[in-house]
Ligand binder design. Structure first.
Ligand code: GAL
Length: 345
């Protein structure tokens, strides 16, 4: 942002704050609601924290956690909508439920910003003041495949030593997120499509759904490793939490060995199996630094939080749309890029 842009944003924000206090609005009155599908999800927990921090100087959303229950989220939304909020920011439990939420918002004339769990395009089209801030799941699958192909030497005809049985194919276990979630469906499809398009033969030994959840992935890896411990050459996970769960079970069964006991795995000469995730959780970065997790693809929630707050500012009328750093595409979408993250050893 240029200095003059920054100054005008500050002037606009201060003017808004002054107007709010002149109108005698109580700061306690909830006028923006932030609805989370499940705060127990570490990616969402961090995302919500970033939204709260970014919105701090401008407005204070009231946060609701649905604990992964659409019923609870409906009640929470209805409870706020009767109080005529200025804006709602929604991370739906079931993205298909957005249909009825959008109808209610439209009837009441309340703008809505959806994030992370993408409503159907037809539902977003129901209400002109509805938006989606997210990342294109295809891109994460493609970047994840690129990380793997690079690790195996980049040439499908000539895989390196990570092809342990030297059969010219990569034997893989796939951990899938929640069935029906756009990210789980598209990431799984796209990572496999990208291997195929580049000529890499990936043999899927097993595909398990672990609902984005670390403990579930840990538990599901147990029986899988009984069957495939000696064959598996790669674990591809739809997110970091499941990748970390898989690594815990793999460590327990001796698939990683810090032989020289230097506190990290040196994959060039110690026992190691590549696991890749998506999200860029802090714990995943820690695991990469210790040499366990091979890599991740950052699902940039900080930029998304900034985009949500900026768009909120515009909808609340105190940021000039021409100042926007995050442009709205097709009147509805703000897309943030994924970024690959590994540590070279
Ligand atoms: C995905 C993320 C997952 C999970 C999910 C929840 O984008 O990669 O870890 O948080 O959203 O909707």
């Amino acid at each position: 942002m240029t200095i003059s842009r920054m100054l005008s944003t500050i002037v606009l924000v201060s003017a808004f704050m002054a107007a709010v206090s002149m109108m005698g609005c109580s700061r306690d009155e909830p006028s923006v609601g932030l609805f989370l599908y499940n705060e127990a999800d570490p990616y969402i927990k961090e995302f919500a924290k970033q939204i709260m921090e970014e919105s701090g100087p401008v407005f204070t959303p009231v946060q609701y956690d649905a604990g992964n229950s659409q019923l609870i989220q409906n009640e929470q939304l209805e409870g706020l909508l009767v109080r005529n909020p200025a804006l709602v920011i929604v991370n739906p439990v079931d993205r298909l439920s957005s249909h009825s939420v959008l109808r209610k918002l439209q009837a009441a004339g309340i703008p809505g910003i959806f994030f992370n769990r993408e409503p159907l395009a037809g539902d977003l089209a129901l209400w002109e003041k509805s938006y989606y801030v997210g990342a294109k799941a295809e891109q994460s699958g493609q970047l994840q495949a690129q990380l793997v192909m690079q690790l195996f030497g980049g040439e499908p005809e000539n895989l390196n030593g990570y092809d342990r049985n030297d059969d010219g194919r990569i034997q893989a276990i796939i951990l899938k997120g929640e069935q029906g979630h756009q990210d789980a469906e598209i990431r799984t499809r796209e990572v496999l499509r990208s291997f195929e398009a580049a000529g890499f033969i990936v043999e899927v030994l097993a595909l398990e759904i672990a609902n984005w959840n670390r403990d579930e992935a840990y538990a599901k890896m147990g029986p899988l490793l009984k069957d495939y411990r000696n064959n598996v050459e790669l674990v591809v996970s739809n997110n970091d939490a499941m990748a970390l769960g898989a690594i815990s079970m793999m460590r327990q069964t001796g698939m990683f060995q810090d032989s020289n006991r230097n506190g990290r795995i040196d994959r060039s000469d110690e026992l190691w199996i590549p696991v890749v995730g998506i999200d860029g959780l802090k714990e995943a970065e820690g695991s990469i630094a210790e040499g366990y997790l091979y890599g991740t693809v950052k699902n940039d929630s900080l930029s998304m939080a900034k985009a949500i707050v900026e768009l909120s500012g515009i909808l609340l009328g105190h940021i000039d749309p021409s100042m926007a750093r995050y442009p709205v595409e097709d009147g509805t979408y703000i897309w943030i890029d994924y970024r690959p993250f590994i540590s070279e050893q």
